[in-house]
Design a protein around this ligand. Structure first.
Ligand SMILES: [Zn+2]
Length: 287
């Protein structure tokens, strides 16, 4: 039921009007998964599991909302070589992805993108799809073996929401609106019909790859090379070196969610479940 509720909410949030008649990469992941993986920079990590009995509050809430009781939540300190402070990951013990796999993929993102995330969580994946959500508090839920572009999309929401002025979405500001209007295509089918937030998040996939390599995959016909360059350059100028470039160390990280006993009763509020970024992405893979 919770799952259905999330889908219903998403349906109401969808703006059906497309930005453009043409999109550059209809199913963007098929264009970016392999090139992004092949060019990503791996960062060494160490994983240390917490003793059973306590977990971050937001993990308890998000896991409980997905039917995973606190007694089934594993907590890990994942420390990367480019940041002294670990990320505290939470994993439902019957989730389909091992901690090492997700810690590795997360570590292939630039440290400044990782710095936007509070708690990565590996949640149950009952319908077998890779499905992620990123409420505005910086928590990032992974429900399957998500690839780097999926993380880039979700962290793109966090950069959109917090990267410029905290809480003021850059995708709703004139610089981005004008760039999108000036372009002759949208980045993807998903970005084209789900509002500016999703267009920005989809663009984040292209920005990550382009900042690092200077390249872009060939666009799908009838889109033409450069058809989303206004968006690309606007995001790169604003956020490219600050977030999307590899190198450096962690900065401006959010404090961890308070630790609580696993035995503590969990209250789930609707606002805990769906931030402005909402459930998104990979539901459309089943269409
Ligand atoms: Zn999204």
């Amino acid at each position: 039921m919770k799952h259905l509720a999330a889908i219903a909410f998403m349906a109401t949030a969808v703006a059906a009007q497309p930005w453009h008649d043409v999109v550059a990469y209809p199913d963007i992941d098929t264009y970016f998964n392999q090139p992004t993986w092949d060019t990503s920079v791996w960062t060494q990590n160490t994983v240390v599991q917490w003793p059973a009995g306590s977990l971050p509050n937001s993990c308890a809430v998000q896991m409980a909302a997905r039917g995973c009781a606190a007694s089934h939540v594993q907590v890990y300190n994942v420390t990367y070589s480019d940041c002294d402070r670990p990320w505290v990951f939470c994993r439902c013990d019957y989730a389909p992805v091992p901690i090492g796999r997700t810690a590795d993929v997360f570590g292939r993102l630039p440290v400044h993108m990782r710095s936007m995330v509070r708690h990565p969580m590996i949640v149950p994946n009952p319908d077998g799809q890779c499905c992620c959500a990123s409420p505005d508090n910086g928590d990032l839920m992974v429900a399957g073996d998500c690839q780097i572009p999926t993380f880039a999309h979700e962290i793109g929401h966090l950069i959109d929401n917090r990267g410029d002025v905290y809480g003021e979405d850059f995708s709703s500001k004139p610089d981005f609106e004008n760039a999108l209007a000036a372009d002759t295509c949208s980045i993807s089918n998903y970005g084209n019909v789900n509002g500016r937030h999703e267009e920005f998040a989809e663009m984040s996939i292209a920005v990550l790859y382009n900042v690092h390599t200077g390249l872009l995959p060939t666009v799908a016909s009838p889109a033409t090379p450069g058809c989303f360059n206004n968006q690309l350059n606007t995001i790169k100028n604003k956020f490219g070196s600050q977030f999307f470039a590899y190198g450096g160390t962690c900065v401006n990280r959010l404090p961890d969610s308070p630790t609580q006993p696993a035995s503590m009763r969990v209250r789930i509020k609707r606002s805990d479940l769906v931030g402005r970024a909402g459930w998104c992405r990979y539901k459309h893979d089943s269409e």
